[in-house]
Design a protein around this ligand. Structure first.
Ligand SMILES: [Zn+2]
Length: 316
């Protein structure tokens, strides 16, 4: 058991204002002690028994902003705890373990996104300047590079930065992004982790060229929020319900509406992409298991948008 001494830095910090829009008015959707049976079971399963800390006396709190409707965790990990979570708690996040979980469909899906980007702009790939923000193991950046796109990345993890550079992806400083530089910015499973998603979207929006596109893809927390608001607790949520509101990790819990509001605050508008271009950029139609998904995805995602995969544009 690790004991935090009087002199060690605090493990949790409290967010008193909405991290999306900065307003202070929020209602508490759910409050539950970190050592409740439901949260302890989730932690034990998710981190495979690696957590040696006792969070007794602290509580998980999910608040919802009364201005932009973003749901967010109030108690969030500080730097020392974040390092512990990502370096010691999470199992199998090294590159080989992640790559072992990827199949043809996953790469096809990435390729389809890159093809859609190129179809959307209708320019030669090498004239498209793209940024993969928070690139992880750089799968999107590598795919964009394979299509000839002028792609670079930004990332916090030193081992992932070294890997990206080793495969030829230039890595820039996220704090010093040039204004008006990029046609396309990719963010995949990034915004749910950010301490200040509103400030970051402002910065990324400025880095876009007028008419550029910014993709945000985050877990959809709608179902979990509804269940908690109806009096549920962690003991009654399934593992997949918990994922979008995961304690310590997914500290911002989005729905389509709150994601669109975050974009609005940053001066960005959701775009409805051309279905013809989306379909033209997808393959795998003849595989029986994937063809329905291939057909349905552009419709539920972009025609009647309710999903938390959104292309935003910076109005020209
Ligand atoms: Zn807000």
């Amino acid at each position: 058991m690790l004991e935090s001494s009087f002199f060690s830095p605090p493990l949790l910090a409290r967010r008193e204002r909405c991290p999306g829009c900065g307003h202070g008015a929020a209602r508490t959707l759910h409050r539950e002690a970190f050592d409740s049976p439901g949260i302890r079971r989730y932690m034990r399963e998710h981190y495979e028994g690696r957590v040696e800390r006792d969070f007794a006396g602290n509580a998980y709190e999910l608040a919802q902003c009364e201005h932009c409707a973003l749901a967010y965790q109030r108690e969030v990990p500080t730097e020392p705890l974040l390092e512990e979570i990502y370096d010691r708690w999470l199992p199998a996040t090294e590159r080989a373990a992640v790559a072992a979980r990827w199949g043809l469909e996953d790469y096809r899906y990435l390729a389809g996104q890159v093809e859609f980007m190129l179809e959307h702009f209708g320019q030669r790939p090498d004239s498209i300047r793209a940024l993969d923000f928070g690139f992880g193991w750089a799968e999107w950046a590598k795919m964009a590079g394979a299509y000839g796109v002028d792609v670079c990345g930004a990332e916090l993890s030193r081992v992932r930065i070294d890997y990206a550079r080793s495969v030829g992806i230039p890595v820039g400083d996220a704090a010093r992004l040039p204004d008006g530089e990029f046609h396309f910015i990719n963010t995949e499973q990034v915004f749910e982790h950010l301490l200040e998603p509103g400030a970051m979207l402002n910065r990324l929006g400025r880095a876009l060229r007028p008419g550029g596109l910014l993709k945000i893809s985050v877990p959809d927390a709608g179902k979990a929020i509804r269940k908690l608001a109806a009096g549920g607790d962690f003991a009654r949520l399934s593992h997949s319900d918990i994922m979008p509101i995961a304690p310590f990790e997914h500290i911002n819990a989005f729905t389509y509406e709150s994601l669109a509001a975050l974009g609005r605050e940053a001066g960005l508008a959701p775009v409805r992409p051309s279905l013809r271009k989306l379909y033209n950029a997808s393959s795998g139609w003849l595989a029986p298991r994937s063809c329905l998904k291939t057909l349905a995805r552009p419709i539920y995602r972009h025609l009647y948008p309710k999903s938390t995969f959104v292309y935003f544009t910076r109005p020209a």
